[in-house]
Design a protein around this ligand. Structure first.
Ligand code: ZN
Length: 265
């Protein structure tokens, strides 16, 4: 039996599955609801987790975010653009924001620049985000002491990689104030590029990705944890083109703005 083959679908709990692609990592779809996922390998060991998200320069496999620190300028331009477009217009009465999987703190830098009270959570052993309040550990551990006190919670390229999406959405609901917001990005398996490229689509090549949400999957999972989707659209990012920083939208990364409508227990 392959690792994780005893695990049921995270969306509908069915044990039925179909193999979609046999590749670097086998991609399955649920036989009942069509939810797309890979073998649920555990990423709980820290070394493995670090290598998947922030691979060392010597690693050759297409695993995580290569050149993460070197890409700081582009990442910050991308975050600033998202801040202006999606977070500032929310008009929350207070400005308290928590970034899950904050890495080196690039998003926290931007949030601070816009006058927000920003904090982060980072489970990987990478150098701490300088000048910011960052909890080193899991969302679950953080929730042991934290309360619903954040206006906005962000999960950039996070939900598709975690051990349990349901657990993380439950804790997200716990941390966000009533009428607060959850914003996240995730590869879109219903995008034109995925259908064009099949198993060669970059989303399937990222070793850190463990699931791929279609719009209907997101609606179901978010509603289960007290959120409703206000906005879902394809979001681009800044890349280097020679000496220029250019905004590129390949229409295969979905950005979601979801509002918390009730507490879940
Ligand atoms: Zn299912």
């Amino acid at each position: 039996m392959e690792p994780g083959e005893d695990k049921n679908c995270e969306r509908c709990m069915s044990s039925s599955r179909k193999l979609l692609y046999r590749d670097l990592q086998n991609v399955f779809s649920c036989g009942e609801c069509g939810y797309i996922f890979v073998d649920n390998r555990s990423v709980s060991d820290k070394a493995g987790l670090n290598d998947k998200f922030y691979p060392r320069p010597s690693q050759s496999a297409a695993t995580g975010y290569k050149g993460y620190l070197k890409d700081e300028a582009n990442i910050k331009l991308t975050f600033a653009s998202r801040f202006r477009q999606f977070i500032e217009p929310l008009g929350t009465p207070a400005k308290r924001i928590l970034d899950i999987g904050c890495g080196a703190g690039f998003f926290l830098d931007i949030a601070k620049l816009y006058g927000w009270d920003a904090e982060g959570i980072e489970p990987c052993d990478i150098p701490p985000a300088k000048g910011h309040k960052v909890f080193k550990g899991s969302l679950k551990d953080f929730c042991r002491t934290a309360r619903a006190e954040y206006d906005v919670l962000t999960m950039w390229d996070f939900l598709e990689c975690t051990d349990s999406v349901r657990e993380d959405l439950f804790y997200a609901n716990h941390l966000i104030k009533k009428d607060g917001y959850l914003l996240f990005t995730s590869p879109a398996p219903d995008s034109p590029l995925r259908y064009l490229l099949g198993s060669d689509w970059s989303g399937f090549k990222k070793f850190s990705c463990r699931r791929y949400f279609r719009p209907d999957d997101l609606r179901t999972l978010l509603e289960d944890y007290g959120f409703f989707i206000e906005k879902a659209l394809y979001a681009g990012k800044y890349i280097s083109f020679g000496k220029l920083n250019v905004y590129l939208n390949s229409f295969d990364i979905r950005l979601v703005v979801a509002k918390k409508r009730c507490d879940v227990s």
